[in-house]
Design a protein around this ligand. Structure first.
Ligand code: ZN
Length: 478
């Protein structure tokens, strides 16, 4: 079983470029069950949250993965969805990562519990969170690309040393082959210190990842025993390209067409290894993206870009004015603000009143549609419309921010050319495609959720549904 995530992949990338696909996307669209209206039902629609949903079926309100990053009030520090100070990088240097902040099981975890750990479960991606979260707690390994050394690395959470096949792959310095290579009008740097991050924002990174996936399939002998194995692949280059160049850019088109070819090579390698008919393939995206401000302007669309710190700065100023000087906002990520609870306690202020002051200030920022306080969300005191439901699904009482806001549609608060995170469909609408024996090919237009993938896979595998799943089984495709 192979799950494929394309990072920042709107459903309309498939329809807009349909006539130009001759590889993996073409095969999926002709031989797969294509769900044309699959959405995420949470905010923020960002990488860690998307990846934690796909194989758990859970929303952040239960999974605890509330963003790529958040402020942990107990640790008094910024944490990432996978940061883990008890682990170290294997194959590189620095603090390692693990799935320990994810509070629910994945399909792979259930598979392993059902067969006493005999199934092999492996996650691979350029990004640590995109390799770790889909694979789950009991995965054999998660590997990702370390831009510090241009190699694939893992964490001491999984193992003490890299397996020989990963070491051998790294020893060939495959990333260095892309020095000076060009795509469209862009040339990759010669200098390794700059090469690896530039490589990530090019189609070559997906090519590299696909080669690594082929090696994993061969070396780990995936799919060759009497129990199912699970390989979770996440292609990240599309996200870096989208943020840098925008949704409608030639670069986005190019990386999508190159992904089509990379998937073709991946499917060919699966066919050689076990026969494509013996594999179940699932493809989705982890979130979509908004048009760039330039695209909005060119198309007379209401929308655009505001400075990333616009809301934070206004809230900080309002709290200073109301309560005196201090560092009032201790964290700001993905349309959410964490206020300084220590300072609030020290000044003997009522947190609910401080939140109300902050929310009123945030509301005054142009292009803010909604503001939610932690008190409102914890009490369920919000309107029951789709936007609020998605905010509630993203709210975890011990981890979420004090203030959450939603911009007007097509408005972004970001330094990037384009970004994502909102509950609107351009950020939540992604492909969901299943392909394999027993799956009835065709287009399925009814609304489904990405949360439906996990219970569907658990049903096919005849294992228990992952612990936090809220999805339904997509029985219409068999
Ligand atoms: Zn992403």
């Amino acid at each position: 079983m192979v799950t494929i995530v394309v990072d920042q992949f709107r459903y309309d990338y498939l329809t807009r470029l349909r006539g130009e696909f001759h590889g993996g996307f073409h095969r999926l669209l002709t031989s797969g069950a294509v769900f044309s209206n699959a959405n995420y039902i949470h905010v923020p629609t960002v990488t860690a949250v998307g990846h934690s949903t796909i194989l758990t079926g859970a929303t952040p309100s239960v999974s605890g993965i509330v963003g790529n990053d958040w402020y942990d009030p107990e640790e008094h520090r910024h944490v990432t969805s996978v940061s883990d100070g008890r682990t170290s990088i294997v194959g590189g240097a620095g603090e390692g990562s693990s799935p320990h902040r994810m509070l629910v099981s994945t399909v792979g975890d259930e598979l392993k519990m059902a067969d006493a750990g005999r199934s092999r479960v492996i996650g691979i991606s350029l990004k640590d969170r995109a390799a770790i979260l889909p694979a789950g707690h009991s995965a054999n390994a998660a590997y990702w690309f370390d831009i510090a050394n241009g190699s694939f690395v893992t964490s001491s959470y999984y193992m003490k040393t890299l397996p020989p096949w990963v070491q051998a792959f790294n020893d060939g310095h495959p990333a260095n082959r892309y020095r000076g290579r060009t795509w469209l009008q862009h040339t990759l740097p010669q200098d390794p210190a700059r090469l690896y991050s530039a490589l990530e924002a090019s189609p070559f990174a997906n090519e590299l990842l696909e080669q690594f996936a082929e090696r994993a399939i061969e070396a780990e002998q995936l799919g060759k025993r009497d129990v199912p194995d699970l390989l979770c692949i996440s292609f990240s280059a599309n996200d870096y390209v989208g943020h840098t160049y925008g949704t409608y850019s030639p670069e986005q088109r190019q990386v999508t067409l190159e992904t089509d070819l990379a998937l073709d090579r991946l499917f060919a390698s699966i066919d050689r290894a076990v026969g494509l008919d013996n594999a179940l393939i699932v493809l989705t995206g982890d979130h979509g993206v908004a048009p760039s401000a330039a695209d909005d302007a060119a198309n007379h669309m209401p929308g655009g870009n505001m400075p990333g710190n616009a809301v934070r700065d206004v809230v900080q100023a309002a709290l200073e004015k109301a309560y005196g000087p201090g560092n009032w906002v201790v964290g700001s990520w993905d349309l959410a603000l964490y206020l300084n609870q220590d300072l609030i306690a020290q000044k003997k202020l009522d947190p609910t009143a401080v939140n109300r002051t902050a929310a009123a200030a945030a509301f005054a920022v142009p292009h803010i549609l909604r503001v939610y306080t932690r008190d409102q969300l914890a009490a369920g005191a919000v309107s029951g419309d789709q936007l609020s439901r998605r905010v509630e699904n993203g709210f975890h009482v011990r981890r979420s921010a004090d203030i959450e806001f939603i911009p007007d549609p097509y408005w972004m608060f970001s330094g990037a050319v384009a970004t994502h995170g909102t509950p609107f469909d351009y950020d939540s609408h992604v492909p969901v495609i299943f392909m394999g024996s027993g799956i009835k090919p065709g287009r399925y237009d009814a609304s489904v959720t990405v949360n439906d993938i996990a219970p569907t896979l658990a049903t096919i595998l005849e294992v228990e549904t992952p612990s936090g799943s809220v999805g339904r089984v997509l029985t219409e495709m068999w």
